[in-house]
Design a protein around this ligand. Structure first.
Ligand SMILES: Nc1nc2c(c(=O)[nH]1)N[C@H]1C(S)=C(S)[C@@H](COP(=O)(O)O)O[C@H]1N2
Ligand SMILES: [Mo]
Length: 312
């Protein structure tokens, strides 16, 4: 049960009459008429602060669960480049410049290319996708992302038959980021190519109808909803297709604690704590953690025949 505090309600959530009229005009222009069901909530449609091209398609892949308050999703973060406390990224990430920004997509591809972020944003229609995010630290949130399937970006560069994995590299700028030797910088993550091409795998450029705040990984971050949160690399500058399993920051730092696959698995405990339950941010009581974070129907077949205890 979510009760909004006044300071959680943003101007863009309050639909002024003139904005509402403009929205109806817009729908007419877009030929969408009464198809409002497929669009994002009215109050978000014309969010003045968002530079993202809308309207956002409402994804049928969204969970119907109550959203985590925007304030929590943007102030309780993990982004170790900006500090290890949950409040550090919101306090420190503001100095990161997210324009101009380029993302190089290369490696085992037919057409390697460096994209400008504003080009990427227009590659595919943006969708609002509400996903659960389950952190390995046993807390979770429900976040309305704005983004597009990673497959739409990968198709632009023609992956070669020899490509088996995808490596994601985050920005590392020691002038503005921590030099703490907890992880090897830059932060990297990796997926198998079939995981990367799965329709649930999202490249996010926004949340709650607006552009991503820096602390959430602006201007482009990965979201893989059936894996622990740390798989979802933030502020990505490079995506490389490879034939070998990529190194990943957490696996390199503590291989016995963080595997390459990192599928949410309530039966495989972290060496230092149980993964059977999780605390939804804002809730008092813990709830059981679901296999693959509740996305088993869609993704379990990717791992048919694999021992998910050994491949944790
Ligand atoms: N570059 C980078 N990406 C990162 C991290 C990080 O420290 N650095 N933390 C990860 C972890 S542990 C989680 S749980 C999610 C948190 O995303 P959020 O802050 O948007 O909720 O980002 C992931 N992506
Ligand atoms: Mo995490």
């Amino acid at each position: 049960m979510l009760i909004k505090r006044p300071d959680d309600i943003r101007p863009s959530e309050i639909t002024a009459p003139e904005l509402y009229a403009r929205r109806r005009e817009f729908l007419k222009l877009a030929g969408l008429g009464a198809a409002g069901l497929t669009l994002a909530r009215p109050g978000r449609l014309l969010a003045a602060e968002s530079q993202l091209p809308g309207p956002f398609l409402k994804s049928p892949l969204s969970t119907m669960e109550a959203l985590t308050p925007r304030k929590d999703a943007t102030s309780y973060n993990n982004f170790y480049e900006f500090g290890t406390d949950k409040s550090d990224p919101a306090e420190n990430a503001g100095v990161m410049k997210t324009r101009p920004w380029t993302v190089t997509v290369d490696g085992l591809v037919g057409k390697p290319r460096t994209f400008d972020i504003d080009e990427i944003i227009k590659l595919a229609p943006l969708e609002e996708r509400i996903y659960r995010l389950r952190c390995v630290e046993a807390w979770s949130m429900v976040i309305p992302w704005v983004g597009f399937p990673l497959s739409a970006l990968l198709k632009q560069v023609d992956p070669l038959g020899s490509a088996k994995y995808v490596e994601f590299t985050s920005l590392y700028d020691p002038k503005i980021m921590t030099r703490l030797p907890i992880l090897h910088w830059p932060y990297t993550e990796g997926l198998r190519l079939d995981e990367a091409m799965h329709p649930l795998t999202l490249m996010a450029v926004g949340l709650y109808g607006d552009e991503l705040p820096n602390q959430n990984g602006a201007p482009l971050r990965l979201v893989v909803p059936w894996k622990y949160g740390f798989k979802s690399a933030k502020s990505i500058v490079r995506i490389r297709l490879t034939d070998k399993q990529p190194h990943t920051a957490w696996n390199d730092a503590a291989p016995n604690e963080y595997g390459f696959y990192s599928n949410v698995n309530p039966k495989v405990d972290h060496p230092r704590w149980s993964q059977a339950k999780e605390r939804r941010i804002g809730d008092f009581f813990k709830r059981p953690t679901l296999p693959f974070n509740g996305y088993a129907d869609q993704v379990a077949s990717l791992y048919a025949g694999m021992d998910l205890r050994a491949n944790f």
